[in-house]
Design a protein. Structure first.
Length: 166
């Protein structure tokens, strides 16, 4: 038998063996094998709606507050954040040169930090009806104006924690 004929028959035999082997393999393995990795037991926290927030930028500061408060801007750059359901939970923001500090006993004066700026929180009461009111006063390092923020309660404290001096 000539050499070229022998090579052609050998190549065809190998090809036929491969085709037959693949077809036989398909018959034995009709369903794919799926290997699953064990998954960690992950609990997804229940979706609690995040209350909508609004922002105030003025007097050289920014802060955020619940969108349920109604904002009234003041010509001097400050604002009033009014709680329509409880006006005693309203907050005033003002800025001007040399805001007078309340004359209080030292037990009602609390030093605070707004970033790296020293501030003072005065725990006072309204002269009109004796309702408690907190007053935060600090000097803006760039403008030299005093920043005055007053209010009371958890909402006031929450807003104070969001103040950023620009």
């Amino acid at each position: 038998m000539p050499k070229n004929t022998f090579l052609l028959i050998a190549i065809l035999a190998v090809f036929a063996a491969l085709v037959i082997g693949v077809n036989i393999g398909k018959k034995f393995n009709t369903s794919p094998v799926i290997i699953q990795e064990p998954q960690a037991n992950i609990t997804t926290p229940s979706a609690t709606p995040t209350p909508a927030r609004s922002g105030f930028t003025g007097c050289g500061i920014t802060l955020t507050y619940p969108a349920t408060l109604k904002r009234l801007d003041i010509e001097t750059g400050g604002a009033m954040l009014i709680n329509p359901t409880d006006t005693k939970q309203s907050i005033a923001i003002a800025c001007q040169k040399d805001i007078p500090r309340p004359a209080l006993v030292t037990e009602k004066i609390e030093p605070m930090k707004i970033g790296s700026i020293s501030a003072t929180l005065y725990h006072d009461a309204s002269e009109k009806d004796g309702v408690s009111i907190d007053k935060l006063i600090f000097r803006h390092p760039k403008t030299g104006q005093d920043i005055y923020i007053s209010g009371f309660g958890p909402l006031f404290n929450e807003i104070l924690s969001t103040i950023v001096v620009q």
